[in-house]
Write a protein that binds this ligand. Structure first.
Ligand code: AMP
Length: 194
């Protein structure tokens, strides 16, 4: 397989990145690369990475860029050229991570990524997270407690919104209305992916 498309899902906590990442995996054969999931697995296994990451994840802060960049680079190098696509969910979260991703893709001879912002209102995102916390069919997460969600939202505004601005400034950003049923959002995403 010659080229692997790298799609990046961006958006505030509760915008539906995880759900859409899973749909791209099940419907389009993309590999869903969720840094949050990788970190939660590492924490459960109490691996070296898990021990390093836990104190940040538990309080809704970002794990240091160096740790995340090597984790993602390792996965990408074994995926690019082997699978039709990779959907990054929860990465990049900072501008240095975005620059490191561009560099890694260049090094692998891969085309520029396709960053898609899932745009939802604060209210909608909060409702989704509350639903998740109440365990209404969605995965329950220990960092979905209200006080930690507040920290994650603040980190999103300070560190991750500039990533969206960065992709906009280089002319790559696509914006999708993230409200409504997952199926409808998925159709909108596919206009940029297919
Ligand atoms: P998520 O499942 O994407 O919401 O991530 C859950 C938590 O994992 C975040 O609140 C961070 O503590 C950590 N995390 C996930 N992805 C990253 C990343 N790209 N950079 C730094 N920390 C991350």
């Amino acid at each position: 397989m010659s080229s692997t498309r790298v799609v990046i899902l961006l958006g505030r906590p509760g915008s539906g990145k995880g759900t859409q990442g899973q749909l791209l995996e099940s419907r389009r054969g993309y590999v869903h690369l969720s840094t949050g999931e990788l970190l939660r697995a590492a924490i459960r296994e109490r691996s070296e990475l898990g021990v390093k990451a836990r104190k940040f994840v538990d309080c809704g802060q970002l794990v240091p860029d160096g740790v995340i960049v090597s984790l993602v680079a390792e996965h990408l190098s074994s995926l690019v050229g082997e699978v039709p696509g990779v959907v990054c969910d929860g990465f990049p979260r900072t501008v240095p991570q975005a620059l490191a991703l561009t560099e890694a893709l260049n090094g692998l001879g891969s085309p520029a990524p396709v960053p898609i912002e899932l745009r939802v209102s604060n209210e909608r995102a909060a409702q989704r997270i509350e639903g998740r916390e109440a365990g209404s069919g969605l995965i329950t997460r220990s960092d979905d407690k209200p006080e930690i969600v507040q920290a994650r939202m603040a980190v999103y505004e300070a560190e991750t919104r500039p990533v969206i601005d960065y992709y906009e400034s280089v002319g790559l950003l696509r914006i999708v209305d993230g409200s409504g049923a997952p199926e409808d959002v998925f159709r909108r995403i596919c206009e940029f992916v297919d």
